[in-house]
Design a protein around this ligand. Sequence first.
Ligand SMILES: Nc1ncnc2c1ncn2[C@@H]1O[C@H](COP(=O)(O)OP(=O)(O)OP(=O)(O)O)[C@@H](O)[C@H]1O
Length: 566
Amino acid sequence: MLDFGENGLTGTVPQNLASFHDLVHLNFYDNSLGNRKVGDLNFLDFLANCTSLKVLALDFNQFDGVLPNSIANLSSRLRWLGLGGNIIRGGIPNGNGNLVNLTDLELHGNYLSGPLPNALGKLQQLWVLYLNNNKFSGSIPSSLGNLTKLIKLFMDENKFEGSIPLSLGNCQDLLELNLSSNNLNGTIPKQAIGLSSLSIYLVMSHNSLTGTLPFEVGYLKNLWKLDLSENRLSGEIPASLGSCTSLVSLHLEGNSFEGAIPPSLKTLRGLDEIDLSRNNLSRQIPEFFSKFLSLKHLNLSHNDLFGKVPSEGIFLNGLVLLCFFITCCNVKKWRKRPLAASSLKNRRLACISYAELSGSTNGFSVDNLIGSGSFGSVYKGVLSSNGAVIAVKVLNLQQRGGSKSFVNECNFLRSLRHRNLLMVITACSSVDHQRNDFKSLVFQFMSNGSLDQWLHPIEDEQHQCKRLSFIQRLNIAMDVAYALQYIHLHFQKPIVLCDLKPSNVLLNEDMVAHVGDYGLAKFVIDASHNPSKNQSMSDFSIALKGSIEYIPPGLFSTNNSIQAKV
Ligand SMILES: Nc1ncnc2c1ncn2[C@@H]1O[C@H](COP(=O)(O)OP(=O)(O)OP(=O)(O)O)[C@@H](O)[C@H]1O
């Protein structure tokens, strides 16, 4: 293994590397290699001698010129080929299809052009294909549908034209698909929009796609972000969109959608941004938008909406970006309301006071106490401003680390939005009646308590019915897995929770599981984006702060044997 990643190396890749026949891993990621001249990549000819090579990372250098045909002679064991962020021109040689064991091909951020070779479809082990930010043209080959193991396909910011191949529907493991900013036209194939595996994002914005949004969009139950903006889509927004209950971000702006905003969208309570602007939508603004507690950005401008503007939630909140340019006299009246009064109200909502929290929890009465954990106590409450039922976690500031945990939780939770993660509504940092420091986090209330209470029910009359069916158990396991998938894959730096255990899995009225308690969560150095950094166990040593029975055995560095409860 030779790893020179993230240095300031200049010049060319030395030829004598060819003598290392057993070289498995060669990493020059993020250096300044290359002369910015044609022929910079000729060294790939002699790397053919390294017949054991599995990882070749040349991303983020200054290699100019075309990809030589000799790329086809690289080791057939090659799994990772990274050439992104260079100045590579020309097309992808057909012989690329010989690299049949590639799992990761990263060519993004170059000047590659011309049509994609059909032979790309031979790379059937690919998980990750980054072709974005190049100058590729021509149609998207339907042979990409052979890449059935793909989890990430990025083709955005190119000049692809023609229609989206139906065969993409074969890529049933896809988590992320980005086809934005191309010249694609034709209708969106139901096979592609209905890929239920898509759970991070689906972006097809800034193309010339026509026709209606297929009903099959409703299969995207785990999708986090849907962006079909700036196309020529028409017809009504399908009611099935309401089934995409994991959505956090919905962008349909700059199309020709018409009719009403479907009432079924009321289920999309996790949305924090909605942009339906510049369409032909008509009828009333649905009242339910005011109940979306995490909504921060709502743009309904340039439509034909009319009627009364709801008066709660985001419609009151001065901290959010609320864009309305709607043709209606009631709306105009609303716009004339004095700003000062509404923004004052909003400040109170956004940053809740001690008095308000105390009022909502009956003065933090024992009757409202749900339970206590290592960092404080949790109380049930009802917000007087909008009637929302909440769970207030009051931090025990005497407890060492309590205050730090508060800062961690606030900052961390703000950046997270997922159907299966416990949502933080607001926070309070103040002083109590005795002028002691008071810090608390306000969460969605989970009326069915924690998974722990269901797995280990207290056998009294009140709790007798707490038994989980097999299907409920399965659903909970999947919900937890989706939450973990989101935090592990969605962020550039993966996040580990450190303390996943049944008491931190909370169930709402529909028994949908929400993973909570992020006080111990940490960001972990991402090795996946940079093969020069191998994650070592020491990177995870922070995890030892979690509950001891639930720490993965591999992270437990003492000689004591431990029993994992999970
Ligand atoms: N949003 C919520 N809705 C309903 N109940 C909640 C909510 N958040 C926490 N609880 C319950 O409150 C109790 C205390 O929770 P807390 O997260 O403070 O501690 P814990 O997870 O039990 O323990 P530890 O902090 O040591 O991990 C638990 O019984 C938990 O199920």
